[in-house]
Every structure is written in structure tokens, then in C-alpha cells.
Design a protein around this ligand. Sequence first.
Ligand code: ATP
Ligand code: MG
Length: 654
Amino acid sequence: MVSEQDWNTFMETGEVSPTIPPIVVQSWNYCRSIKLNPLKGYSQEVVTGKAFEEIMSHNSELLKIAIPFVQRLFMEMKDFKNSSFIGVLSDKDGYILKTILPAHGTDLSHSLYYSEGLRQTEELIGTSAISLVQKTLKPLQVAGFEHYCKIHHNTSCSAAPIIDASGELVGVFSLAGPKDKVNSHTLGMVIATASAISNLMKADQANSTLSEKTNMYMTILDSMNDGLIMLNAKGIVQYINPFGAKTLHIDRRKAINRPIDSLVDFDPIIMHALRSGVGYTDREFFIETKRGTLDFVKTAIILKDDDGMTTGAIDIFREIKRVKDLINKITGATAKFTFDDILGNDSALLEAIRMAKIAANGNANVLIQGESGTGKELIAQSIHQASARHDGPFIAINCGAIPRNLVESELFGYEGGAFTGAKSNGQAGKFELAHGGTIFLDEIGDMPLEIQVQLLRVLQEQRIMRIGGTRYIDIDVRVLAATNKDLAEGVANGNFRADLYYRLNVLPITLPPLRERHSDIVLLINMLLENKCQRLDIQRKHFDQESFDIMQKYTWPGNIRELENVVERMIYTCPHEVITKDFLPANMKKQDTPPPSWLGDNMTLKEFEHRYIMQVYEQCDKNISQTAKSLNIGRNTLYSKLKEVDENILVENN
Ligand SMILES: Nc1ncnc2c1ncn2[C@@H]1O[C@H](COP(=O)(O)OP(=O)(O)OP(=O)(O)O)[C@@H](O)[C@H]1O
Ligand SMILES: [Mg+2]
């Protein structure tokens, strides 16, 4: 116990009696060093009004937990409800947030020094329980003359720190009373209260972190575009997300705590997984319901406890239609051309476009005929884009490019394990993927006869059965077919089924070859030059009149695709702004040559051969390889024939 004498001695001389606890000595020395007036010692720092409200709101978490707790202490505990102790809750900076008086308190004059908004630190009020707890973070009691300032000599105060989850000081709780009322339980009581508040705060923080996380997870599940149901081990719904409820036509609010089999009008597949305890990933299921067949890709996750007992299941499901839309999006199964991309004023072309626009307005099957490179795919895409199905997929399949034995599975799909090499989960065919859109069967003339029979059936019935499957899948698909072969001839010689030909040929569209579109050639060349130069970001190039003439007379066996290639090549290979005939491909220039004048002469076959060989030889700039290639003979044959004409010809050539 520090006596008044001890205090006086220190204040006069600075000497300390050995009975004074070291922590008090340390604090007294500090107060002396900062020249704190021991006769004053009443905190000058008080916050009120807005500033106090702000401090209160900073400490709302602490207040929310501590106040009810302390209030109960003073309401219910015998030791306190009639006592002269006051409870003081201060924040980490020493501001008194709340002073709580006992329900039926007596002799509370010391409460004056603990008014709300007052700040108490060692610098402001000297040695006190509250200021030392702030410094040491340890509970302690400071009584009577231990206080540095005289004003507190009649009080005794016990204080303990309130610590948060990260070990930081958030506040101090203390009980202050008259010096003579202090007893040893008081500090114990304060420690118990402060640590209970600390623990409640930690729990509260943990709870709010947990509920933030739970909220986040729930938001994710709620906004998922897949259906998700959580079941307990008995198949009772614990959670169903909005998308799942919508897909299965379940009222979400009524679903919780009800068995899944009472909520749907079919046998829930997830129950089999739950019973067997074995889950699966991305498996396809067809579910027969009263509203029709639902086609799902499902994943079942079985939840187990540490002993391996099934505790529940998570069922994630996605409608196949959405999976297919996704596939089409990723694989680019969309049309990009429209009627606006088709260039030309040729009357046959305009007639083809007119027919195509009629086709776009309806749903009839269309057969597009035309030589290679005449724009069959362009027309097919334009029809799809102008049709009511333009939001649906556009699936093109080249019947000539797929190995014969795979055509069927490509078109119609297969069930798991239907044939060697089939994936175990099965696969949807192009017809299924094209559902709601258009399928473009390119090179239909190359379709194997046995597949033609099946295609005919699909066109008639508007449904397919996968290879190895047992059920029909309804499909709504418009069929556009194209061929560069003469299908009528194919029918005549038995390579193409007549019935299929007539089914497809409801609306025939025939694209004219480029050589018959004389007026369009100039237009196309100019458009292509313009577009390509622009795309390459180079100066616009031009063909001179001579090369233009050659191109117009050329027969263009590869049609517009060939024209595109030639123009592109010219742009790359000719360094000048004006492209001359020298840059045109050799085969085009050859055609340009007028018939030789000697053709009318009388001559033997041998003579004719010699003259003709010489002519080609000259045309090919006396290049042996090119001449041989043009005449379709070997180089050695050419040598011997040239020697027949003139022994010295090759010497000259070398
Ligand atoms: N009228 C046209 N206007 C502009 N470009 C065209 C026109 N016709 C075709 N093309 C272009 O020519 C190229 C070949 O067209 P497309 O692929 O449609 O021909 P195709 O008849 O399907 O050929 P193939 O029989 O070889 O498959 C494409 O780059 C296309 O954009
Ligand atoms: Mg094509």
C-alpha cells in the first residue's frame, strides 16, 4: 500500500519508497519527466456533440457487445447493484464511451471524473488503472495514493483490456469506486467482464466473416446458369437455386425441407446416385415428364463424412439445348454472310438471288447448284441470315470431306459405346446441334447412298435417332443442300436417290459460272481490288487495259474463288501501282493468244505436231518444264520432239 507520505516524498524529492510497486514508480517518473502537474490532473480533453458521435460510431462494434453485458452486471449482480462502483468503458485512445452506474448506487461522487467524452491517458491524468492498461495491455488495479494526481487519491480503479481477434487493443473496461470500498474480487470481476467482451467480439467477427462468405457463396449459386440442388442423405432438399427451380418448375420457397421426389413429376435420377453413393460428371440424361422430354447434362456429387457415410448429394444440371448453343458459339457455327455481300448484276445471278430471298421467307428445302466457287455457301448463309431462324445455329457439313463410315454419326450422333471408338458418353450429331436453325449439306452429291435413305427419312419425319439409340429426338431444322455435280445426272445413273433429289429440290437455285457473267467480271475485279487493298492498308492498285482484256476473256474454271485468288496474288506480287499482264498467271495468258495463222495450211500430222509444239514452246518463253507441262508430255519426250524440228534448237536454248 502506497501511503500519503510516500507520495509527498516523491513529489518533493523524487525519491521512491521500496514499497511502491515498480509499475507505479515507472509511471510516476514518466509523469514527472513530462512535467505533469500533480495538483491538477483533471483531463482537459473532452469531446462533445458531433466529434463524440463520430468516436461512438467508430466503436459501434465494441459498444454493441459491451453495453448490454455491463448493464446486466449492474442490474443483476448483488455485489454491484447497490454499490458505489461505476463501470467505465473507454476506447483504445482513452476516450470514455460509456459510464454505467449501478441500479441503486450510493456515494457516486467520483463518477464526476469519468464523464463520457473525457479522454484519459497517462499524459493527461497521470498514473491510473485505465492509462496503465492502455500502455501494458495487462489488467491491473490502481488505488488511492498510487494515483499521480491528487484529485484521484480518494478513488480506486480496476481495469482490464478488451482485445480483438487479431490481438489489438480495442478498449478498456474498468470499475471505479471509493478507495475504501476496493476489494480483491473487483479486479477479478473486471478481468472476467473484459475477457467475456473480448471473446464475444471475436465470435462476432468470426460470425460476420462467415456470413459474408456464406452470402458470397449463395450469391454465386443463386446467379448460376446451371440448375443446382443440395439434398441431405434422405433426399430432402436443403437448397435449390433459382435457375434449377425454374428449369424443373418447382416453387423455390416451398421446396426447402421437402423430399425431392415429391417436388417433380418424374423419377429423380439423383436419388439413384444418392442410394448407390456413386457420383458422375457430365452425363447426358433424357427425362420423361408430363411436359415432355427433358434433355439434361448432369453432374452428381456425393457428399460423405469422415467415415465414408453418405451425408447428401449435390445435383448440377444443364439443359442440353444450352450446351448445344454453347458448342455452336464456340465452334463458330454461325453464318456471317448476308445478301448484301453478294456482288454482281448479271441477270442469272439476280434470278438466283430472287429465288434465294423467296426461300428465306419460307421453310422449304433448297438445293443450290453451281460450279465450284460460284458462291453456293455465300447464298446458303444469306438465306439463313435473312430467315426467321437467323438467331439459331448455322451448321455446315461437307458430305464429301467426311470419311464414308463417319458420315452417319456426324449427321445423327450416337449413344455411348454404339461402335468401336465411340466416346462412352455418346455425342450429338449435326442435326441435333442445328436444332432451331439451318443445316447446310455441302457436296450433297457425295453423300453415300445408304445415308441418303436415312436423310430422306429425317426430312420426312423431322426427328432423328442416334446410332445405338432407342428413342427419337424431335428436331426443327431447315435443310439447305448444295452440289457442283449434276444431280439429275446422278439420279439417272443411280448414284443419287430420285426421292431424295425431289425432296431437296423443292426450291432449286442455280448459280451462273463466272465466264457467263461477263459484265460482272469488271465489277468484281474492281470491288476485290478495292476491298483487299483497303484491308492490307496499301495504295489502291489498278489493272491496265491489256490485263483487263485477258481476264475478261479467260474462262475462270475456279469461278469467283479463282478470281479472288488471282487478284490477291497480283496485289502481293506486283510492286507497281498499275498491274500489267506480265504478272498474270501463265495459264491465263496462254488463252489470250489468237489461233495461229498456219492453222488453215495444208500439212501432214507430223508437221502439225511440230508447229504446235513450237508455238507452245514460244509461248512458254522457251521454258522446257513449262512447255512439257502444258503439252502434258514428259521432258524427255519434249527434247526428242524438239530435236526432230531442229537439231540445234536446244543448243540455242542453252
Ligand atoms: N457474288 C459474289 N459476290 C462476292 N463474292 C462472292 C460471290 N460469289 C462468291 N463469292 C466469294 O467467292 C468465294 C467462294 O464462294 P463459296 O465458298 O460460296 O463458293 P462455293 O460455290 O461454295 O464453292 P465450292 O463449290 O468450291 O465449295 C467466297 O470467298 C465468296 O465470298
Ligand atoms: Mg462451298
